[in-house]
Design a binder for this molecule. Structure first.
Ligand code: BGP
Length: 484
């Protein structure tokens, strides 16, 4: 490959990393902060799923309570990000730091000050923040009061929170993402995380998910309206603000070229991926939604002004997470895969991670082209990475060649997509420093370029050390993606 085909990323391409407050900050109840939904979630393991509690119980391990203590170590961590050459850093604000119960009328000044310090540290190194407003959490108070997004009351609370942060950080943040992986609400496994839903239709406190399709889509509608209102408000507060949606892109191939399998793959793409993108980018529900809702018996309660609100709140960029692909259609003989968030079968052409996530770099090029053709607005890959168990050698080194290979293969395909004409403006690798895993609550599923000394039981010094991938990514950024 000659240099011309290697040097394809735009000059101001935003290389960086991504984290989320509840998996990273710790300090869950200090300086006025109160519990968020994620703070009431116990740790888990392969065998024991995480569960949600009503009160934090003595002796039970809650991974978010300390996480890896970014709250007190942000200077050291941001210095390391800067050393890697980060141009951007995707982070989230913990809503319950700003509005501890969620329904206060005034924000918590001490909470706001924490992010003042973080943003000023980022500015020192010219790192552009990309801020997720709600990443898999909501104040626990709101959840108990309203069952969170199941209720329309959430919209005003969310918009009040947005107003507080848009006004406060108007000069230091330009890129905002309204909800992390908003489409996770479509499937039960994502309903707790994305929607903070805790109580099911029959009023039962549900430890991991809510099974009611009706409730999930209603909650999703409330998030759409909240997102649109936030976009409009943001543009009024600062016309330079850029707002984005964030989709957990679940790419599914048909299991055979049987027309029915391909049709099913199309239908799943429409419902799982495009429905949310269409509402947030185009400002209206897509035509296929009508039949889908009818067939599922979903009746979304809408207010008269919602259609206009959605139209006025179209996002400026499309961001998504991409980890894996799956296969849908006729189940191949002998395949007993249960699948993860969006389900699906094994793909005989792909290898999988230790957690069964099928590694598919070419799928990333496919998705970038597919989505860009549809919306033609700037795109960001805001999560991508390999969750793996890392070993610290006796001399302290961490030789994570597998991670480098994973990332290299994905960046190569991004490069191809840029050559295909996709307007890609950012890449923030997930969990750029080891943090708590969202699905398992464990530390052993690591994504970072920076190792953090902490184990699944919460033991460890929290010391940071550079993995081999740290130096590799540094070189990638330095050469703007030419030297992989
Ligand atoms: C995404 C979430 C993240 C994150 C990542 C990896 O779905 O937005 O919060 O954690 O997945 O998942 P996990 O931590 O479960 O490996």
């Amino acid at each position: 490959m000659n240099n011309e085909t290697k040097n394809v990323f735009p000059e101001n391409f935003m290389w960086g990393g991504a984290t989320a407050a509840n998996q990273y900050e710790g300090a869950w109840n200090v300086d006025g902060k109160k519990a968020s939904t994620s703070d009431m979630m116990t740790g888990g393991s392969h065998a024991v799923p995480r569960r949600v509690t009503r009160t934090t119980e003595e002796g039970v391990h809650y991974p978010s309570h300390e996480a890896v203590d970014f709250y007190h170590r942000y200077k050291e961590d941001i210095r390391l990000f800067a050393e890697m050459g980060f141009k951007s850093y995707r982070m989230s604000i913990a809503w319950s730091r700003i509005f501890p119960n969620g329904d206060e009328l005034q924000p918590n000044e001490t909470g706001l000050q924490f992010y003042d310090r973080v943003f000023s540290e980022l500015k020192k190194y010219n790192i552009e923040p990309i801020v997720t407003i709600s990443h898999y959490e909501a104040p626990f108070g709101l959840t108990m009061k309203f069952n969170a997004w199941a209720s329309r009351e959430m919209i005003d609370c969310y918009v009040r929170y947005c107003e507080a942060i848009f006004t406060r950080y108007t000069d230091v943040v330009k890129y905002w993402i309204t909800f992390n992986e908003i489409n996770s609400l479509i499937v039960p496994a994502g309903a707790y995380l994305a929607g903070a839903l805790l109580v099911d239709d029959s009023g039962v406190f549900n430890s991991t998910a809510v099974d009611s399709t009706q409730m999930r889509f209603q909650a999703l509608h409330h998030q759409f309206v909240a997102s649109a209102k936030a976009v409009k408000l943001a543009h009024e507060i600062n016309p330079d603000f850029k707002l984005g949606c964030m989709i957990n892109y679940s790419h599914g191939y048909g299991s055979t070229c049987k027309p029915e399998d391909m049709l099913l793959a199309l239908r799943m793409d429409q419902v799982n991926n495009m429905l949310c993108g269409d509402v947030q980018v185009r400002g209206e529900y897509p035509d296929f939604a009508k039949r889908y809702f009818e067939e599922k018996g979903i009746e979304i309660r809408v207010e008269a002004e919602d259609a206009e609100t959605l139209k006025q709140g179209c996002v400026d960029f499309y961001s998504f997470s991409y980890y894996k692909s799956h296969v849908v259609g006729t189940r191949p003989e002998g395949d007993e895969t249960q699948g993860n968030v969006f389900g699906g079968f094994k793909n005989p052409y792909l290898k999988a991670t230790d957690w069964g996530w099928q590694i598919d770099p070419v799928g990333l090029r496919y998705v970038l082209n597919h989505v860009y053709d549809r919306y033609r607005i700037p795109m960001m890959v805001v999560e991508n990475g390999l969750g793996a168990v890392d070993t610290v050698e006796e001399d302290g080194t961490i030789n994570d060649t597998y991670r480098i290979e994973f990332l290299r293969a994905h960046i190569e395909q991004m490069r191809e997509a840029v050559r295909d004409g996709v307007n890609l403006i950012a890449y923030t690798s997930w969990g750029c420093i080891d943090i708590v895993s969202a699905s398992t609550g464990e530390m052993s599923k690591r994504y970072g370029f920076i190792y953090v000394d902490k184990d699944n039981d919460g033991n460890g010094t929290l010391k940071r050390s550079k993995k081999n991938s740290f130096y590799w990514y540094q070189k990638v950024i330095e050469t703007n993606g030419a030297d992989l």
